[in-house]
Write a protein that binds this ligand. Structure first.
Ligand code: C2E
Ligand code: MG
Ligand code: MG
Length: 817
């Protein structure tokens, strides 16, 4: 830029000469090199020099008004013009003139007459030098501006530590005017701590050093500096130093603030009551506060870098299932996550805490996840308290039994379950008879003890599925869920009434009491809890009215049924104990010869009032209560004894005894049979056992083993009520069956519907092909008899021939034959 024509054309030459011819000559000779200005000398020359500021002045020495030397002296004394290059022009060729010219500050000397070519060359060179000088000045200015702008202190120091250069033009760094620093020794201008630090570094003999230093406050807000020293060496000797400083005051300040803030946060986190764990973005622990250390059992520095799952051993308190740590979820789903309810933390030493709270992801200023924080606290106490409160709210304080609230809940639940499973639920309201009297005579403390003892005894009677609750002073409620039949309730109620009558021992003395019980049943008499309670209550009052120490059902119909049932059981038991069970005999006839070929033994039970009870009523009850085994044994023995007598009298009669399904479950059943034969001396071929299809199917393997054993000793097996029980006939292959007794319902309906007749026909054919004896049961009419004869049914049994008869009557019949 500085060297283009524009600038060149702006260069000026002032020619000063009193001779106009000379002025003209030089003007035309130099006009193409620069702009030429002319002056005749004196004041005009000085004025033009000051206003035009030419690059070069060609100055004549001999002039009349003021000689060239004087003009030169004045120009050099004027600071505005002192830098203009002056070339003297003179006719004097002596060297003294030349010396003098240079002494006055001229830069060159041209002799007259002027050699134009030489003059042009000299002027041209000087113009070029001027341009270089201008460019240098410009560059220096730029450099200066640049160095000024660097926000750092830059300085060079000589080998004896004198300042050679520094850019602290405004004295911001050392608080000294710039000129007062140049060439000065470091000890004079550097703050003493910096100077000493520099000396230390020099002593260490390393080329580079970096350190921070505090500068004295000088009002320029540079209090902290980062110092960098570069040591120059020459021939392995210290040759100079570059010292730079940058202002780190604000960084220091920010660091300090950050540190303070960090400290404040740390103190805060350490002093809050919650546990806090921070992790990085991979869920690895970066911080734990003391509470977190206590609850996890980990020490901060041991836990650092471990995965959160390793440090926090969490699981569900009830299922012990290890779920995901909320931190993992918070990091994955980038949201705040609450800890699962019911959460349990096991510390390193095995202590178990119930904890609750949440985890949140931490994001940087650009929204990227950098980690997570989990905050939690030990809520073991509050959970324990809640459990205790809930227990207190649901239990009776004296007996610790469920109270009315919990009972209500259990009743509703039991009813729902029973409804779904088609079962019954019973509610027994149990009240201690005359408790007020007991309480008053014993005193309240012993009265309370009595309540506790009653509760304990009641509890010993019930199974774990039942709920015993205390709902008032001397009132208990027993909830029996999942009941199959009302008779089960009867047994339990009876147990309670009986067992509470055993005296209670308090302080060495025996106290007797009794209870009255009211029973209501879902869904028979109530479908809602409140209704069940009221009904049970009403029934309980009825029990009191009827004389206490008993139980009543809300449903009187049910009650009378159950009463009947329990009377029946009593009767049955007595009959068994006294062997008062009677056996009737119904003849079996050969339909061809119409002769009695056998008899079926049928059990009969009479009440003390003389009423005869059907086996259809008492056999199932005997099965239910287990009395069937004793009952069956009595009938077997009686029947065998009778049959033995018949055979002794010369009758060839086989006795058929019915066996109930439940009898097969008696492991001694075979023995019972053989014992009966042995005891009576009856030959086994005279005994037939009648079993129903369903009895065989009840426990197939068991029945098979028993029947095989019995068959092997020579007695025969009949399938009773054939056709009603089991649809598949394949079982006939496996069992040692000798006789089929076609069910009386088919015989009865033979002329009512064709199907029954078809079934009878089919069974006749089946018996024939399997070579089994066929007996038709329930023959009541001649028409039925004729039909069966036509179909060639072997044997028959029915009212047409005879009803089941007491032994004497049967014997008469036999004699008649
Ligand atoms: P079951 O073994 O099928 O006995 C035949 C039943 O039909 C008897 O009733 C008998 O009286 C009745 N019956 C006989 N002929 C006729 C007739 O022509 N018309 C009508 N309508 N009925 C007739 P019972 O004696 O009342 O016995 C009923 C059931 O009780 C028996 O059916 C048998 O399953 C069972 N049972 C009777 N005694 C015993 C026993 O000692 N032990 C066992 N386990 N069960 C017995
Ligand atoms: Mg029978
Ligand atoms: Mg039968």
């Amino acid at each position: 830029m500085l060297f283009n024509n524009d600038v060149e054309s702006r260069q000026k030459i002032l020619v000063v000469d009193d001779d106009p011819a000379n002025l003209h000559l030089l003007d035309s000779a130099l006009g193409d090199l620069a702009q030429v200005l002319c002056s005749a000398g004196g004041a005009d020359a000085l004025e033009q020099a000051e206003t035009e500021l030419p690059d070069i002045i060609l100055l004549d020495i001999e002039m009349p008004e003021m000689d060239g030397f004087e003009i030169c002296r004045r120009l050099k004394n004027n600071p505005k013009t002192c830098n203009i290059s002056i070339i003297f022009v003179t006719a004097h060729s002596e060297s003294t003139f030349e010396y003098k010219s240079l002494e006055y500050g001229g830069i060159d000397f041209i002799g007259k007459p002027v050699d134009i070519a030489l003059c042009r060359l000299r002027v041209k060179n000087h113009l070029m030098l001027k341009r270089h000088e201008a460019a240098l000045i410009e560059t220096q200015k730029d450099m200066q501006a640049l160095v000024n702008q660097i926000p750092a202190y830059i300085s060079y120091w000589s080998e004896d530590l004198n300042n050679l250069f520094n850019n602290d033009y405004e004295g911001k760094w050392l608080n000294l005017p710039h000129r007062a620093t140049i060439s000065k020794h470091a000890s004079k201008i550097l703050p003493s701590n910096l100077y000493l630090a520099v000396l230390d570094c020099l002593e260490l003999d390393q080329l580079n050093h970096e350190f921070e230093i505090k500068l004295p406050d000088n009002g320029h807000q540079i209090s902290d500096a980062q110092v960098h020293l570069t040591i120059a060496k020459q021939d392995n000797k210290f040759a100079g130093l570059l010292l730079t400083m940058t202002n780190i005051s604000s960084i220091k300040q920010a660091k300090k603030q950050l540190y303070t803030e960090n400290n404040r946060l740390k103190i805060m986190l350490n002093s809050i009551g919650d546990a806090v764990i921070a992790t990085d973005e991979l869920a690895r622990v970066t911080f734990m506060n003391p509470i977190a250390e206590r609850l996890t059992g980990w020490v901060n520095h041991d836990a650092m870098g471990l995965h959160i799952d390793e440090v926090m051993n969490l699981c569900d308190a009830s299922t012990k299932y290890k779920g995901q740590n909320p931190v993992t979820i918070a990091l994955k789903e980038q949201r705040t996550v609450g800890m699962a309810l019911n959460c349990q933390l096991t510390s390193q030493d095995g202590t178990v805490y119930r904890v609750e709270d949440s985890a949140s992801p931490i994001k940087d200023d650009e929204g990227y996840i950098t980690g997570a924080i989990i905050v939690f606290h030990d809520c073991s106490e509050s959970v324990a308290m809640a459990v205790k409160m809930s227990h207190l709210a649901n239990h009776d304080q004296l007996t610790d039994l469920p109270n009315r609230i919990l009972l209500h809940d259990r009743v509703s639940h039991a009813c729902n379950v029973a409804k779904a499973n088609n079962k019954l639920v019973a509610l027994l309201m149990i009240d201690i008879d005359h408790f007020k009297f007991l309480n008053d005579s014993l005193g309240h403390a012993l009265g309370d003890l009595m309540i506790k003892l009653v509760a304990k005894r009641l509890q010993s009677l019930i199974d774990p599925n039942a709920t015993l609750a205390r709902i008032g002073g001397d009132e208990f409620v027993l909830l029996l869920p999942n009941i199959n039949s009302a008779s089960q309730i009867d047994t339990i109620a009876n147990d309670i009434v009986q067992s509470t009558q055993t005296p209670f021992r308090i302080e060495g003395k025996e106290h007797s009491l009794s209870v009255s019980i009211g029973i209501s049943i879902f869904p028979t008499d109530a479908i809602r809890c409140e209704e069940m309670m009221t009904h049970a209550d009403a029934a309980m009052y009825r029990a009191k009215d009827l004389g206490r120490a008993r139980f009543c059902y809300f449903s009187q119909e049910l009650e009378s049924q159950l009463l009947k049932r329990s009377l029946l059981i009593t009767n049955l038991k007595t009959a068994i104990n006294t062997e008062a069970i009677e056996v009737y005999y119904q003849p079996k006839l050969d339909l061809k010869s119409m002769k009695i070929v056998g008899a079926e033994a049928l059990a009969r039970l009479s009440t003390p009032t003389g009423e005869v009870i059907s086996p259809l009523d008492f056999i199932p009850l005997a099965e239910e209560t287990g009395l069937i085994h004793d009952l069956g044994k009595i009938i077997l023995v009686k029947s065998c004894a009778v049959a033995k007598k018949w055979s002794d009298e010369g009758h060839d009669l086989r006795i058929a005894v019915n066996i109930a399904a439940k009898q097969f479950s008696n492991p001694n059943f075979c023995e019972t049979v053989t014992d009966a034969l042995e005891l009576t001396g009856l030959r086994s071929k005279y005994l037939e056992l009648e079993v129903t299809e369903s009895a065989l199917m009840h426990d197939f393997d068991e029945a098979l083993t028993i029947l095989n054993t019995l068959s092997s000793i020579g007695l025969t097996i009949a399938i009773d009520d054939f056709g009603t029980g089991y649809s598949s006939l394949s079982y006939l292959k496996y069992f040692p069956v000798n006789t089929l007794k076609i069910d009386q319902s088919f015989v009865k309906d033979m002329f009512v519907d064709e199907q029954s007749l078809d079934i009878v026909k089919a069974v006749v054919n089946l018996a024939k092909s399997l070579k089994l004896t066929l007996v038709a049961e329930g023959i009541e009419t001649l028409q039925q008899l004729d039909q069966l004869k036509t179909l060639v049914c072997e044997q028959g049994q029915g009212y047409l021939f005879s009803k089941p008869l007491p032994l004497e009557e049967f014997n008469l019949l036999l004699q008649k034959q």
